[in-house]
Design a protein around this ligand. Sequence first.
Ligand code: AQP
Length: 332
Amino acid sequence: KPRLYSGMQPSADSLQVGNYIGALMQWRDLQEAYDAYFSVVDLHALTQPNDPAELREKTRRTAAQYIAAGIEPSKSTLYVQSHVAAHPELAWILSTITGFGEAGRMTQFKDKSARYGVDTTSVGLFTYPVLMAADILLYQTDIVPVGDDQKQHVELTRDLAERFNSRYGQTFKVPMPVIQQDTARIYDLQNPTAKMSKSAESDAGTLWLLDDPAVSAKKIMRAVTDSEGAVHYDREQKPGVSNLLVIYAALTGRQIPSIEDEYAGRGYGDFKKGLAEVVVNEFGPVRARALELLDDKAELDRVLAANADRAAEVAGRTLDDVYDRVGLLRRS
Ligand code: AQP
């Protein structure tokens, strides 16, 4: 089977609906046809300020939500990035073939460092894309499903793989990004032109997977719409209603026109009630399963350890090859 690699940062207690629709639903489908590696990228999360105890908890919670959403740890390799030491080890080697200017051109770094200011921007944030390249290349990955905000990082990964291969001989597979469609992009319920995001700090605009169902329903009923009163899709003129339609369609597997037809001549109240029901039905079981998994932390940790062993074996083979090729004297 071809290989797939993807991951998420444990940057909040709960994942949000954008993570579910934009990533987890696809991962769940793709794990059938691919030898899939899904990582909780905790080393990446260290590029933001973190409380240590909270980061540990968020890491477990993120893993539990992967499983609750249908990623099967017996089918896919679902592990915590820091459990496999080869990630930062390969990142170091790759950093020695990455240009300073090349890394400086990454738009995510430019955006975030502009936001934080130069004194609070870490070197870790600067080298984040190199660690991401290591994540992907360690597994001889064929495809990397990501949002379009990550496309540039996958391009860098490809450049680094090609550079290394041409300098030291064929070592890495050059991976392909698989960019999610625009219709899989979910926006903030209160500010429907901004991407829904774990770190947006807009609680009323974010549908959390682990929200109490009554809370999710209330957030949907209060979602920003417009004064037209007609349920139809128009991203430009009606971003709020369009966003709700996209969520509805994604969670039910229905086409948007069929949902528009169902709610033709009915108000937003009815439509939102319908969507609230869909959301509660979808996430109720996911939430229950995640909480159940989190009730038995020892078992969850055992599953993660076994998966990390599997990942470490594959990653270790690539790292060994790399160390040989660059000329490091191997310990006998
Ligand atoms: N709103 C979204 N719509 C569709 N897909 C989304 N993803 C994230 N938000 C949406 C996809 O989820 C995966 C994990 O990405 P992430 O960990 O960067 O998610 P985030 O919620 O955006 O988290 P942060 O911590 O707030 O990250 P930054 O700081 O990067 O914005 C990806 O596949 C992503 O496409």
